[in-house]
Design a protein around this ligand. Sequence first.
Ligand code: PMP
Length: 301
Amino acid sequence: MKDSNFVWVNGQILKYQKAKIPLLTHSLHYGSGVFEGVRFYKTKNGIAVFRLAEHIRRLLSGVKAVGAESPYSKSQIIDAVINLIKSNKLNNGYVRLLFYYGEGAMQVIPHDIGVNLAIAVWPLKSYLDSDIVKVMISKYKRISNSATKVDAKLSGNYINSLLAGLEAREKGFHEALLLDSNGNIAEGSAENIFFIRENKLFTPKLGSILPGITRDSLIKIANDIGYNVNEVDIKPNKLKNFSECFLCGTATEIVGISQIEGYAKYGNRIGKVTQKLKSEFLDIVHGNNKKYNKWLTYINN
Ligand code: PMP
């Protein structure tokens, strides 16, 4: 992030270098922050933010989960995102929103501590640095709804992703897959996962995964194109029965998986069905499919 970029903090737009937080910020110590990542794209009708309202809804559900109340309404947050994108004069990129408990008594349960909202935007090309990736199954199990609330992007949840992601990168893989506590495939460290067999899609059920907005979009897109989508439990020993596999998420978009170490090889080129879904998805986010215009929030100059 360049110092000259603008960020939005508690209602004010200021230069990045001016946005500081105190050392005894609750969320820095206890993982009590809640965040969102959203992408925006250049389209022929101007810049458009993809599924902004859904991202803000998930953000606000997370704020509730950590026992806080947002000082800002959904529409105020949407306006803040739009204004910040405009201020930074970016055509496409990534928006990070973070609610965090501020300074106060240093104890786990926040007591009389205010919540803050910070928003930053920056250009972001690929997240995994490759269109097709090699992954391994991590020794770390995915957190479940019986241990935390997996449905929101709570900062503390991400230690699970960090440990698994580090393990994979140390062993030379692009990414880790995590199993749920019953030994089924859950998701990547920051992506949901889909498998394909004979024009049918399979993806892990909700419960131990983040209900991804990209996942939700792809389920709808796939159904509309005529692919059947199944939300199921998938054990690692079944992975070789599929012909294609891909990861998806806001930052990652859609990235093919060439192999899952020790379990399955899907080939070094992105599969046919994956490619079809990826093209449809990229068309939609770039405003080239009228049917999905409801997913785009346009930014007028
Ligand atoms: N799972 C995890 C753990 C994630 O962090 C993300 C990224 N937000 C996803 C899945 C994908 O979610 P989305 O499509 O909403 O970005």
